[in-house]
Design a protein. Structure first.
Length: 233
């Protein structure tokens, strides 16, 4: 499906896609577009937007009027999101079964379908804002599982640079810090691992007045004592 160029039309279409194959009430469209202060012409405007979407051949038959609202019929596999979820689910199953190399490949393929921030070029009201945040969180979950799979395969050195970039974007995510410390340690870079822990410790103390989590402190004690950091899923 190709997106219309007008921002408001993209917003209406995105709402229908977010609720694919479900009835979206006219009130839900109005709330998404204007919040609690809709114009007097809101109902007529929504009808106009629906008419404009139907003028495109892609939506003429798929966008159906139902009592009080509309349904956009979307076949399975029509959206990149469908393929993303299928590949991610396959990768997650492989990871649970211990087939880590195959899991890393499937999860990587899923992430390759991701292009930028969700709905970045679309106006967002409350429903689409929550939907975009949920999509971003789902991507983060899949990314974390792919990193975990890579590290279970022994490819710690491959994720070091990626983890540093993730930490730059999300400095308070302790999971990223933990994986970076493990990857550095297992790659023979004990000093860098120690330095990474100390940098996190300073950040949390200076910015949040908090210590690292118990899990990270135990990890720190392990590599200070020269212990072996196990690979666990």
């Amino acid at each position: 499906m190709s997106a219309p160029s007008a921002p408001r039309l993209r917003q209406v279409l995105a709402l229908f896609l977010a609720r694919e194959n479900q009835t979206v009430t006219r009130d839900a469209v109005i709330s998404e577009m204007w919040g609690e202060s809709p114009p007097r012409t809101a109902v007529a405007t929504v009808q106009t937007y629906v008419y404009q979407l139907r003028r495109g051949a892609l939506y003429a038959e798929e966008l159906i009027t139902r009592p009080g609202g509309y349904v956009l019929i979307v076949p399975e596999g029509a959206l990149d999101l469908h393929h993303f979820e299928a590949l991610a689910a396959e990768g997650e199953t492989l990871l649970r079964r211990g087939r880590t190399r195959e899991a890393a490949g499937r999860l990587g393929q899923a992430l390759d379908l991701w292009k930028g921030e969700p709905l970045s070029d679309t106006p967002k009201g409350p429903t689409l804002s929550a939907y975009a945040a949920a999509l971003q969180e789902r991507r983060r979950q899949v990314l974390m599982q792919r990193i975990n799979a890579d590290m279970l395969c022994g490819d710690d050195y491959r994720v070091i640079g990626e983890l540093r970039m993730l930490i730059q974007a999300d400095p308070y995510n302790e999971w990223y810090h933990e994986q970076l410390i493990k990857a550095l340690f297992r790659s023979g870079r004990r000093w860098d691992a120690l330095q990474s822990y100390q940098e996190l410790e300073r950040l949390l103390s200076d910015e949040l007045d908090l210590p690292p989590s118990d899990r990270l402190r135990r990890l720190y004690a392990e590599f200070l004592g020269g212990g072996h950091i196990r690979r666990v899923g």
